[in-house]
Write a protein of this length. Structure first.
Ligand SMILES: Nc1ncnc2c1ncn2[C@@H]1O[C@H](COP(=O)(O)OP(=O)(O)O)[C@@H](O)[C@H]1O
Ligand SMILES: [Mg+2]
Length: 381
């Protein structure tokens, strides 16, 4: 069982690469589902076939699904949403407004992803490929578990006990809708499901995040940010796909070349796949299958391409230690510059960018050294 999740900035080729990976894997004999959780659905356009909110068989062992967010919210959050709505209406909000407001932040993203849980539980497919929303939204969703675990451990048990105790009395003095046992059951069930989902997505034996990027200035920083945060949140990125690379004869190549080196260095030692720009439309199962074969060259898309961590961040006594793992560390003078979130590491001709997480932004580099010829240790204070 594998889950391959494609993300990247809007328009870089997430849907095309997801569909191509799926089509190729199905050719290799796997039962595959490509599921689009990006509200801007284009999977049906790419496959040139209508797809519904439930998995649809496209070709032999190849299935596709375009998730309908509102249908999913009702399915997974129905009971809780009804309670919130009744509470808002009780406070004087009108029906339409209450309906809108009862959708909590994160509910939309999580609802779509809960389908993955369902498919895994029912063991319907050997590989699930997720065509996700652009990096910004995907990160918002992936960062949710902390907030959720706080609710579970702190608020939920307390409230529930308290409510059991005060509900009979409270009902006599107020007509405010009180959460019923059923509301708590639904909430608990939902939290379990969400936990399960994150557990799956954070298990490197099962899930791999694949970042899609184009060799263009506008795309690089957002992807570097995603790369940093995905790892901090514990989601394994196993490959970077640099898409739409032109050939040397193309005048655009000179511009792309400038960015290619930066991208490769920024994400190392994560494996990089170089994906050519085609000059035809990549639509329909047959073309996607061929494109998939081209992307992975002789590798199997199901493989786990990278199992280690590209960096580690730890804190001790007010010092933050960042370890950046590199393929090889050149033995020359090390220079480090920090420009807002951008940490630039220069060693002779070698230059690497690293997107600093928020916790390091107001800190300064106090020490940096190369260790064991395979990582850089940078100390912040
Ligand atoms: N390697 C490529 N060669 C040619 N066209 C591509 C390539 N990758 C993507 N495209 C085209 O670029 C457009 C955007 O791709 P899409 O997969 O929809 O991006 P995203 O899902 O990231 O928004 C589509 O028209 C797609 O056919
Ligand atoms: Mg898309």
């Amino acid at each position: 069982m594998r889950i391959l999740l494609f993300t990247g900035k809007g328009g870089v080729g997430k849907t095309t690469l997801s569909a191509a990976t799926g089509a190729y894997l199905s050719e290799l004999g796997k039962k595959v589902l490509v599921v689009s959780v990006d509200p801007a659905h284009s999977l049906s356009d790419v496959l040139e076939i209508d797809i519904g909110p439930e998995p649809k068989k496209i070709f032999k062992n190849f299935y596709a699904q375009e998730i309908d967010v509102y249908y999913s919210i009702e399915k997974f959050w129905g009971v809780l949403k009804e309670y919130l709505k009744s509470l808002l209406k009780w406070q004087g909000m009108d029906e339409i407004m209450a309906e809108e407001m009862s959708i909590l932040p994160g509910m939309e993203e999580v609802s779509s992803f809960l389908w993955i849980n369902k498919h895994v539980k029912e063991a319907d497919f050997e590989v699930i490929i997720v065509d996700s929303a652009p990096t910004g939204e995907t990160l918002r969703f992936l960062g949710l578990p902390d907030a959720i675990s706080w609710w579970i451990t702190k608020i939920l048990p307390l409230q529930r006990k308290l409510m059991k105790f005060i509900r009979p009395a409270a009902k006599l003095v107020t007509d405010m809708p009180l959460p019923e046992e059923e509301t708590y059951d639904a909430l608990e069930d939902l939290f379990h499901q969400v936990y399960n989902l994150y557990y799956l997505l954070q298990n490197p034996q099962v899930s791999s995040v694949r970042l899609v990027i184009n060799p263009e200035k506008m795309v690089i920083k957002e992807t570097e940010k995603a790369f940093t945060y995905l790892h901090l949140f514990g989601f394994p990125v196993d490959a970077i796909f640099i898409n739409r690379i032109v050939t040397k004869e193309n005048p655009l190549y000179q511009i792309q070349e400038k960015y290619l080196d930066r991208i490769i260095k920024s994400f190392e030692p994560t494996p990089i796949f170089l994906v050519p720009q085609l000059f035809e439309e990549i639509l329909g199962y047959e073309k996607l299958k061929k494109f998939g074969k081209l992307i992975y060259q002789n590798k199997n898309p199901e493989e786990i391409f990278y199992k280690d961590k590209p960096f580690e961040l730890s804190e001790s006594n007010g010092f933050y230690i960042l370890k950046l793992f590199l393929k090889e560390v050149p033995q020359e003078k090390l220079e480090i510059y920090q420009k807002e979130e951008d940490l630039i590491i220069k060693i002779g001709n070698y230059k690497k960018h690293f997107f600093l997480p928020r916790s390091l932004l107001n800190k300064e580099v106090t020490k940096a050294s190369m260790k064991d010829n395979n990582y850089l240790e940078i100390v912040f204070k």
